[in-house]
Design a protein around this ligand. Structure first.
Ligand code: SF4
Length: 302
């Protein structure tokens, strides 16, 4: 299957983009492996004719917004995201109406309709930079992740209004779980994704061995810091790349089953079928696409 996928990719001038949360065999096959920001940049710059996006639906949709002349295929078009599903375009329109002076900053984990009502997009990699770049005197409406929003408020000193959404995987990563690992492994740093519910806890935020990062930041810290052990408080798929980059180090998952089942819907079989049939194309209606592109481009230019 791997050989057939590689051959079809060449024949059709296709590129495979995969998120860190996909299955290890998909990560190993990808031309580019990354988090939301890195993958968006790749979609914007690739010269391939076909982008096969291994991730959940909003990610393929974002690629299609950025690269409308490419064929964007999703091997699992039904793969959803609890966070993206927690906000609707209509809900955001009403939120904006209730705060006429507010600028809307939306996490990239949103549908195209939500992006169409957004002023600035951000990812967990660049959220602090995006928020810090906005004028101090403007109100900010941040959505849809309440935990990430609370963490940004803490880090920037802003008082953004927060949408009440969350990622069902990271919302399960509690302060108690983190504290238990800090106690159990006194020599380890605990690297935590800020979508986690513990990102709101002042005690965890103040702990000198607890660090909040995007997936790219977690990777960077684990390579840069000369410790032997790290506890990883994010989706388990990330461990594959962490171990590959630092085989001499030990990575301990925060808990068994910190898994996004939607991300695991992309399998080798489905990837091969997608390349063979070119089914699963993801397209966004042009009027929504044009509006959704504006906040993404603002983010990219920052
Ligand atoms: S891990 Fe959470 S935010 Fe990421 S795709 Fe899964 S449900 Fe969505």
């Amino acid at each position: 299957m791997v050989a057939r996928i590689q051959a079809l990719k060449k024949e059709k001038n296709a590129v495979i983009l995969a998120h860190y949360y996909t299955l290890p065999e998909i990560q190993d096959l990808a031309d580019y492996l990354g988090d939301s920001l890195g993958l968006s940049k790749q979609a914007a710059t690739t010269d391939a004719d076909i982008i096969v996006f291994c991730g959940v639906h909003f990610m393929a949709e974002t690629a299609s917004i950025i690269a409308p002349h490419k064929k964007v295929l999703s091997p699992a078009p039904e793969a959803g995201c609890s966070l993206a599903d927690s906000a609707t375009g209509e809900g955001l329109r009403r939120w904006k109406e209730a705060h006429p002076n507010g600028l809307v900053v939306s996490y990239v984990n949103t549908t195209a309709e939500v992006k169409a009502w957004t002023d600035y997009c951000c990812t967990s990699s660049n959220a602090l930079n995006v928020v810090r770049s906005l004028p101090k005197d403007c109100d900010i409406l941040f959505g849809p992740d309440r935990n990430l929003g609370a963490w940004i408020n803490h880090e920037t000193g802003r008082n953004m209004e927060l949408w009440d959404g969350c990622c069902c995987v990271h919302d399960e990563i509690t302060s108690e779980m983190v504290q238990r690992k800090l106690d159990e492994y006194p020599d380890a740093d605990v690297l935590i994704h800020p979508e986690s519910i513990c990102a709101k806890d002042p005690a965890i935020l103040a702990n000198p061995r607890a660090f909040f990062y995007s997936t790219a930041g977690i990777l960077d810290h684990s390579i840069r810091v000369p410790k032997k052990r790290f506890v990883i408080a994010t989706e388990e798929g990330t461990l594959h790349e962490l171990k590959k980059r630092s085989p001499e180090k030990e990575f301990i998952p925060i808990a068994p089953n910190t898994i996004c089942k939607e991300m695991k819907k992309v399998t080798l079989e489905r990837l091969l079928e997608t390349l063979e049939t070119e089914c699963g194309e993801v397209k966004v209606p042009e009027d929504i696409r044009q509006r959704a592109l504006i906040p993404i481009e603002r983010m990219m230019s920052l």
